[in-house]
Write a protein that binds this ligand. Structure first.
Ligand SMILES: [Zn+2]
Length: 374
């Protein structure tokens, strides 16, 4: 391994240089070594040292010299090495069907499996799925990512998941004990927004609103997912938006979830099919009105809406966009772009894999022996 720093004392500077170089290339960019140095503000020597180590550790690969004209040594073009490390990603957003996948270092899904869990998913089910995916590849596993519905503490304890019926469950610790692989547990809506940010249409200042059995949101500011002071940022389902609205499961009246969840809208449409267009347009407009204040407060560039296409349809999106534009636009502040999330069912799997990649890639050098063995 090149460089003067030893494996025993990884410095913060080393980690921050690796993070900065990786950020330029993730998920699928090709840049010459010289240009990476310019972009992240490092000297030629340090860039060479940092990227050389990343190539040795199979984070990056060399694609050959760039085709720049002129004299002097040509710089190697670098890209993410997708042939070595694998990430196990688990999506528990549907409590009756655990989805699992292997992803490469660019966040692409390379293999997948599913486990029906009619009586709800248990920790043993999750561990079994992880072990099955780990055994399915001869390649080394960088880490495991698990996306769950509900509130997850930074230490990987699922504080409360209503849909999975889990309370105070130390999921990260249990999976790490059983597999020996570093594990990151997070909220599924946050994972969805990360995927939309890196593979979809969201900018560094964006929000994703998920409309399913419940309603949830995730927030990204300056490319950082916001967890909040008690890990509950984005929990907007049971905020009262109409004090005279219908009674909600939680006991209050007129919660956002009681007015715009998939279940609630399907129920209303079933009762009055002729009013389908009006019901969806009203729901979109209500969501636009409710989200105008946080959108103006945070100066968001875009909002992605994730949900079934028959509910989150053109009428819903147009009504939301019209309402948010009407209520918040001024000479100096523009309404955000509202779009339907178009990434399909791998959204959460790819997002959670991306969280593992971005968190654990900077620490790969601490696993030097593993690289030699593989
Ligand atoms: Zn409620």
């Amino acid at each position: 391994m090149s460089g003067t720093q030893t494996k025993a004392s990884p410095s913060d500077i080393r980690i921050s240089n690796i993070t900065a170089a990786f950020k330029q290339l993730f998920p699928a960019t090709q840049i010459s070594r010289a240009n990476i140095g310019k972009l992240i503000g490092l000297s030629r020597f340090t860039t060479s040292e940092v990227t050389g180590e990343m190539v040795d550790n199979r984070i990056l690969r060399e694609l050959g010299p760039d085709n720049r004209e002129g004299r002097g040594k040509r710089s190697q073009v670098l890209a993410i090495d997708t042939d070595f490390w694998r990430i196990v990603s688990i999506d528990l957003s549907n409590p009756k069907l655990a989805k699992g996948a292997l992803a490469d270092l660019s966040g692409r899904i390379v293999d997948r499996t599913e486990l029906p869990a009619d009586n709800g998913c248990s920790v043993e089910d999750v561990i079994g799925l992880c072990k099955q995916l780990i055994a399915s590849t001869p390649l080394p596993i960088l880490g495991i990512g698990i996306a769950v519905t509900g509130i997850v503490e930074p230490d990987g304890v699922v504080r409360k998941s209503v849909h999975l019926e889990w309370d105070e469950l130390p999921l990260k610790a249990e999976v790490e004990n059983a597999t020996g692989v570093p594990t990151l547990v997070g909220n599924d809506t946050n994972a969805a927004l990360v995927a939309e940010r890196f593979f979809g249409d969201c900018s560094p200042n964006s929000m994703l609103i998920s409309i399913g059995r419940g309603v949830g949101a995730a927030l990204c500011l300056n490319d950082v997912i916001i967890e909040g002071s008690s890990s509950t940022a984005g929990e907007i389902a049971h905020v009262v938006v109409d004090p005279n609205g219908p009674t909600c499961e939680c006991g209050k009246r007129g919660c956002l979830e009681s007015l715009v969840s998939d279940d609630r809208l399907q129920e209303r449409i079933a009762q009055d099919p002729a009013s389908r267009t009006r019901i969806l347009a009203e729901a979109g407009a209500l969501l636009g009105r409710v989200m105008a204040i946080p959108t103006g407060l945070l100066d968001l560039r875009d909002i992605s809406i994730y949900g079934a296409p028959e509910i989150v349809n053109a009428q819903f999106i147009d009504a939301m966009e019209d309402e948010i534009r009407r209520t918040m636009t001024t000479d100096y502040q523009k309404a955000p772009q509202i779009h339907r999330c178009r990434q399909g069912e791998d959204l959460t799997l790819r997002g959670q894999a991306t969280i593992v990649i971005r968190t654990l890639v900077p620490t790969i050098h601490e696993r030097g022996s593993l690289i030699g063995d593989a």
